[in-house]
Design a protein around this ligand. Structure first.
Ligand code: ZN
Length: 173
């Protein structure tokens, strides 16, 4: 789910009314892609949606932007993406939803998906993101993940020797 009226269910997604919509075509397109991406990240790979909402919303946003970037020839706007979080209180993205006040979306959707991009930035950008998503899906479909498991996977898959790449944005349990 994102702020605009969309929702995911197994095999079905809903979006706000496309008629008389106050939402732009571009936002509506993004919303539909987001809800469809949940069929994998939530539908096929499960997680605790309250205590670790970032695992489905962050991955869904990551997959949504991967899809949109893949259709474009432009470079990934890393600098613009990172700038969005410069003034945000530096909280981890994997806190329970009640610990963010009214600003949970900036963390569990926004910052988390950007940090996933950051993990693959120097490993090949778009191409690396696609492979990362595919392998994550192959490893965890029909399973439940938590942050610790994600870190284990990402460290192994992306060859990180320590937890440095995760310290800025994930709280360790
Ligand atoms: Zn969502």
């Amino acid at each position: 789910m994102i702020d605009q009226p969309g929702m995911e269910y197994p095999g079905v997604v809903t979006s706000g009314n496309i008629y008389n919509s106050t939402v732009s075509d571009e936002s509506l397109h993004r919303l539909v892609v987001h809800e469809i991406a949940h069929q994998w990240f939530y539908g096929m790979i499960s997680n605790d949606p309250y205590h670790e909402a970032w695992l489905d919303e962050g991955f869904t946003e990551f997959a949504t932007s991967f899809y949109l970037f893949s259709k474009s020839k432009d470079d990934i706007p890393y600098k613009t993406m990172y700038k969005q979080f410069e003034n945000l209180t530096p909280l981890p993205v994997n806190l329970p939803l009640d610990q963010y006040g009214h600003n949970s979306s900036s963390y569990v959707y926004g910052k988390s998906s950007v940090m996933l991009w950051k993990l693959v930035e120097h490993r090949g950008g778009k191409k690396a993101a696609g492979k990362f998503l595919m392998n994550y899906y192959k490893e965890y479909n029909y399973k439940e993940v938590d942050t610790d498991e994600f870190i284990r996977f990402a460290k192994y898959y992306l060859h990180f020797k320590n937890n440095k790449a995760f310290n800025d944005w994930l709280a360790f349990q």
